[in-house]
Ligand binder design. Sequence first.
Ligand SMILES: C[S@@+](CC[C@H](N)C(=O)[O-])C[C@H]1O[C@@H](n2cnc3c(N)ncnc32)[C@H](O)[C@@H]1O
Length: 348
Amino acid sequence: MERALYDPIGGYYTAGRRSGAAGDFYTSVDAGPAFGHLLGRQFTRMWEALGRPPTFDLVEAGAGNGQLMRDVLDALAVESPAAYAAARVTLVERGAGARAEHATRLERHAGRPIVSTATVPASIDGILFANELLDALPVHRVVATERGLREVYVTVRQDRLMTMLGPPSSEALAAYLADVGVDPAVGTVADIGLAAVAWVREAARAIASGYLLLIDYGHDAQQLFGDAHRTGTLRAYYRHLVDPPPGARGVPAWLERPGEQDLTAHVDFTAVRRAAEVEGLTWLGSVPQGRWLLGLGIEELLERTSGTSVAAVRDRLRLRSLVLPEGPASTHHVLAMARGLGLGHALP
Ligand SMILES: C[S@@+](CC[C@H](N)C(=O)[O-])C[C@H]1O[C@@H](n2cnc3c(N)ncnc32)[C@H](O)[C@@H]1O
């Protein structure tokens, strides 16, 4: 998964962003500027809770081509000029192709100090946020058997990628399950995000003061590794098909087309919370994305798209897709954590 997504030459994300109608999947950013607009309102609340500092860090990790940060800054400039003026903006993106787009995409904010980098800054006073980053980090796939955990490995036979079972590659896998309080039933396939935990710990350590806000799809550990997901959550997205049928080779869909399809696994919210708390952050809570957007005023943005022109109807439908119950409104959650006192009331 690491090489299929991030190989410096052929990795799926190395070349650039692949979401949107012409790509393989959608994120909330593809529904138009409303998502970033409302996120901007969230950041204004946080900046206010921080005591309206004259400068603060606004850092996005997994920033893709910079579209979400542009939507955020567009909205802040209009709705909250003081917060806009105070923000020191950093975009963190591992993919060189997407990073190369930042300057153009953020051209209209070029008067502001904006840093584009591949790694999270060492010290952040303000806000670090990420939308759909953790689900794109590699997982270990293990199977619970009567004789303990076995891990699924990818190997090459006769020039072809195949899977094979072997002993766990690391004691950290069993330790992870013990840590989140899960003993998977025999036969359960569990996709374990050691990289997501490592990322959250690094991100949490970087926050000297302020917030960590993570938006993603996932579940608490009991649910994620329970009956409803006994075949695991690793999925391939290719041209908007989820787990397209495997080819004649009979390998799982996630092993097909390496570098040409997106791979993703649901996020373990219990592990995220524990990782942040181990690094001294305070857990502020989690809220389904739909409820969060309603709390920030998505209805008011919907009213602004009234009208019967094709563009108005399209905008309205895209916006509504964010709050329909079966979409990202319920699958995605907003997780908030913080370091520092008096930061407890920032989520709507
Ligand atoms: C699913 S995309 C989401 C992009 C964007 N946030 C959005 O919502 O449309 C995940 C992005 O995270 C980037 N990424 C993955 N690991 C990263 C890391 N360790 N640091 C920074 N970016 C990373 C990928 O290259 C990719 O652009």
